[in-house]
Design a protein around this ligand. Structure first.
Ligand code: SF4
Length: 336
């Protein structure tokens, strides 16, 4: 068979499910293509949709490819790969550096972009554990994956082409074997990207020390402060972590547009910067069109570090322009 794979959206990282599908079909003697292909070039197509806001656009592909099957958390959080395919080691040859280069548009310097694309294709990717021990109401992980549990060994998700690893575990610091895993990462001299961040509430002095000993891919270790009422426990964790990992190496994601007020959003931003920690604003369901223009501009002002040169958000040009436009035309649409 001729198999076509579509990685829908603009994800920067290789798609693990597609890599497993590719490995499976190649093991059956099928030919596999990723990306653009004509309907006449393929017998069956799989399309992975990671975000729900891409669903509608992706579904139009059904009009082009009659034998298409959709999957991914953005399509159906309950749909899983068949066990036989889930158990496959990923096909590390599926993505090329050229393919990923085209997706890394945020990196302006061509050499750095190429370097990153090359690193990504040679990196190991996967999770040793799936699920999560928490049940944060905004998060799909507990619904899609259930409780935290072991699924793979570290060795099985490494790519022989390099010692880099994109670790997809949802809650590394809550795993009972967290210390052993971090030690194994260090002993194998792996440079790891903890792509889903750590749960700073679970960080003990031992975990903080072990985290400080692993080589990180990228500059910072990140964690989240999604709910303002968790301030006490989050900062307790930050204090423990900071004994071993400098605050300049930490980044904290803050969920906005879910169930927090503007004052709570600004408060978290201020509190983090006052403590020397880089904040990063995460818009809830951004692709569904978060209606609040102020939050969209706030996220840009924070995430692009514009606040460092323009400390007063109300003076931030892009926002003040939009604000005066609204004031003149639709004052009722302005946030109160
Ligand atoms: S800790 Fe993270 S992965 Fe777990 S439920 Fe909360 S947001 Fe989701």
């Amino acid at each position: 068979l001729r198999i076509g794979l579509i990685d829908f959206g603009n994800q920067k990282m290789p798609n693990l499910a597609l890599m497993k599908l590719s490995a499976y079909h190649k093991s059956q003697g099928d030919r596999v293509m990723l990306g653009d292909f004509l309907p006449s070039q393929v017998d069956r197509v799989y399309c992975s949709v990671l975000f729900s806001w891409d669903r509608r656009e992706a579904s139009k592909l059904a009009g082009i490819y009659p034998n298409i099957e959709f999957g991914g958390t953005g399509w159906d959080i309950h749909k899983k790969l068949p066990l036989e395919i889930e158990a496959m080691a990923p096909d590390f040859s599926l993505y090329s550096a050229d393919y990923l280069y085209g997706r890394l548009k945020g990196i302006r310097d061509a050499n750095k972009r190429l370097e990153k694309a090359d690193m990504l294709v040679k990196a190991g990717i996967g999770r040793t554990d799936t699920g999560c021990s928490r049940k944060c109401p905004h998060c799909l992980v507990p619904k899609a994956e259930g409780d935290l549990r072991k699924v793979n060994s570290l060795a099985s998700i490494l790519n022989p082409a390099s010692n880099n690893l994109l670790l997809l575990n949802n809650n590394l610091t809550a795993q009972t074997d967290c210390l052993d895993l971090l030690d194994e990462i260090r002993d194998r001299n792996i440079r790891v990207s903890i792509t889903q961040g750590v749960d700073v509430r679970e960080v003990t002095p031992e975990i903080a020390k072990a985290l400080s000993r692993v080589k990180l891919l990228g500059r910072q270790l990140h964690y989240s402060w999604d709910y303002p009422q968790h301030e006490g426990i989050i900062f307790q964790g930050i204090r423990v972590l900071s004994e071993f990992v400098g605050t300049w190496k930490q980044m904290c994601y803050c969920l906005v547009g879910y169930n927090t007020t503007w004052e709570e959003d600004v408060f978290r931003f201020r509190k983090l910067t006052e403590n020397g920690i880089d904040p990063y604003i995460m818009l809830y369901n951004k692709g569904d069109g978060t209606p609040d223009a102020r939050l969209r501009h706030f996220s840009r002002w924070v995430n692009a570090r514009i606040y460092k040169t323009c400390p007063d958000f109300e003076q931030y040009r892009n926002w003040s322009k939009v604000k005066s436009l609204y004031e003149n035309t639709h004052p009722m649409l302005l946030p109160v």
